[in-house]
Design a protein around this ligand. Structure first.
Ligand code: CA
Length: 532
């Protein structure tokens, strides 16, 4: 009879102390940002690399694996997150565009991780509407959330927290690690930042950053889209015509500012946000921008010079926001180290899609062109991933749910449509890995007026179909034409290739069971004719 208390005493150290707990399934820290394009990360080696905006993310890459061919399935915020939650394409999880509401009652990977014995938490931007399910603890921004002194919705109440959103969210995650984590269980901690999403308002300490340099311009800043289907010429996401000097670039913007925006769907959150900045915050903000605005107004820029100036201010603010999330990643990893959790925690950095930082003359995302199709994906898994490795296999956000389940040793439901990337993380060579990816974007007509389209991308070619205004196709050779400016669709020498890509695209639609309506909309054609 004396054996039982003895056993209990023996078991205490095994069950109560973090790294010594009986099981050794890894913890997962998933840092996920909004609109962070891979080419704004040093280790992705894009044209912004010389600005070096991401030392902490680059360090993560040096000790982990960079996925250089990582893509989304539908390049927009909410849908990308819904794909991650469910491991299913938009047409299967029901969240096809930002106007939809996510059905939280469906199967999601955090719910399955909970079932498998993980403690789960999410902080920051959810963008899926409704109270998040599948989490033991959470606090999410309402909708897009605000950069300064944001409101956050907690399970019991809504509360405003003073500070810059990136710092506020990081602090909540740090607090969770220290005070709310259950040591008996492995954890999934999702830290989801608003940054660097529009309205690109950096933290006060980052305002002077990049003041003394010129950001290099993308090679396609003055693209005229001559080879593209008509949609590319009729969109509303140009730095030139659609980026607002006041609301987007803060020229003369004050808490009292009001002016009818140039676009119907203009994001006015910067002006709204200024109304809730503290006097100290607004003073620091104004002392940074006002002298620069005075110089700008005096210069009376126009044409390409004005585009160049707008690009500089936009890219600098965007990269300043990136700097904030880079610091967040550093802080979170330091916290893991202090708590002795760094050895058994997988750290993942990703963002919901890519973004145009002046590429093709644009900002925003949505298109299947490379800059917004690509997502960053960097994974550090101490003791498993070979440090500094580059993975070239094509992966998608569709794979995340099954990957998380696989990492936790939990079963992967048959109706999920991705594939666990765990073998790739382990450096295994797989002959049967996917040779192409499928994409479908649905949000039209809507903000930025990017038409619906779907397509296939292989490791070399891309074929896209724009269907609402007629039967419009684009095809690119990504090896010879990485900027996608020469449309080879319909060209004699590529007809065989075109035929085979079309067949493969059809097979993909069948494989993923995408039966979405892709018929021509005569009413849109009429509108387009009028505009052009
Ligand atoms: Ca986004």
């Amino acid at each position: 009879m004396k054996i039982i208390p003895y056993l209990i005493i023996c078991l205490i150290p095994l069950t109560n102390y973090g790294e010594n707990r009986k099981e050794n399934r890894p913890n997962i820290l998933f840092v996920f940002t909004d609109d962070h394009a891979p080419h704004a990360i040093g280790s992705y080696n894009g044209w912004l690399k010389e600005v070096n905006p991401t030392p902490a993310i680059d360090k993560l890459a040096e000790s982990g694996m960079v996925f250089v061919n990582s893509f989304c399935t539908n390049s927009i915020c909410g849908p990308s997150r819904a794909v991650i939650q469910t491991g299913k394409h938009s047409h299967k999880n029901g969240f096809m565009n930002n106007g939809n509401a996510f059905d939280w009652n469906q199967q999601t990977f955090p719910k399955l991780l909970q079932k498998a014995g993980y403690q789960t938490a999410i902080y920051g931007k959810s963008h899926l509407k409704g109270k998040p399910l599948g989490y033991d603890d959470w606090a999410v921004l309402p909708g897009q959330g605000l950069y300064y002194n944001p409101d956050l919705i907690f399970p019991d109440k809504r509360r405003r927290i003073e500070g810059h959103c990136t710092d506020v969210v990081t602090n909540l995650a740090v607090e969770w690690l220290n005070k709310k984590r259950t040591e008996e269980k492995p954890f999934l901690l999702m830290v989801q930042h608003k940054a660097p999403h529009r309205s690109w308002m950096p933290a006060l300490r980052h305002l002077p950053l990049y003041d003394d340099i010129e950001i290099p311009e993308p090679p396609t800043l003055f693209d005229k889209w001559t080879d593209n289907a008509p949609g590319a010429r009729l969109q509303e996401l140009e730095i030139d015509r659609h980026m607002d000097l006041n609301y987007d670039l803060f020229v003369d913007l004050t808490p009292a500012f009001y002016q009818e925006p140039s676009q119907k769907a203009q994001d006015r959150s910067a002006s709204r946000n200024m109304k809730r900045m503290t006097p100290n915050q607004i003073n620091t903000w104004r002392s940074h921008y006002e002298p620069k605005d005075a110089v700008f107004k005096k210069a009376k820029l126009s044409g390409k010079d004005l585009v160049r100036w707008k690009f500089q201010r936009y890219a600098k603010n965007y990269l300043r926001c990136v700097k904030g999330v880079d610091e967040s990643l550093h802080t979170l990893q330091e916290e893991l180290r202090k708590l002795g959790l760094d050895k058994n925690t997988i750290v993942i950095y990703s963002s919901d899609q890519g973004f145009y930082i002046g590429d093709h003359g644009w900002y925003d995302k949505r298109w299947m062109y490379e800059e917004s199709l690509k997502m960053p994906l960097i994974v550090k898994w101490p003791g498993i991933i070979k440090a500094g490795s580059k993975q070239e296999e094509m992966v998608q956000n569709l794979d995340y749910a099954q990957t998380f389940l696989d990492l936790a040793g939990a079963p992967q439901p048959k109706d999920m449509q991705g594939r666990s990337i765990v073998p790739l993380l382990k450096g295994e060579k797989l002959d049967n890995w996917r040779k192409e990816i499928y994409y479908h974007y649905y949000e039209y007509p809507s903000v930025h007026m990017v038409p619906r389209h779907y397509g296939i991308r292989t490791n070399r070619y891309k074929l896209m179909h724009f269907y609402e205004f007629g039967d419009e196709w684009e095809m690119y050779d990504l090896k010879k034409d990485p900027d996608e400016v020469t449309n080879i669709y319909g060209k004699e020498e590529f007809l065989e290739l075109q035929k085979s890509l079309k067949k493969r695209l059809k097979n993909l639609q069948k494989f993923y069971d995408d039966q979405s309506d892709t018929s021509v909309r005569p009413e849109y054609i009429e509108k387009y004719r009028k505009k052009s």
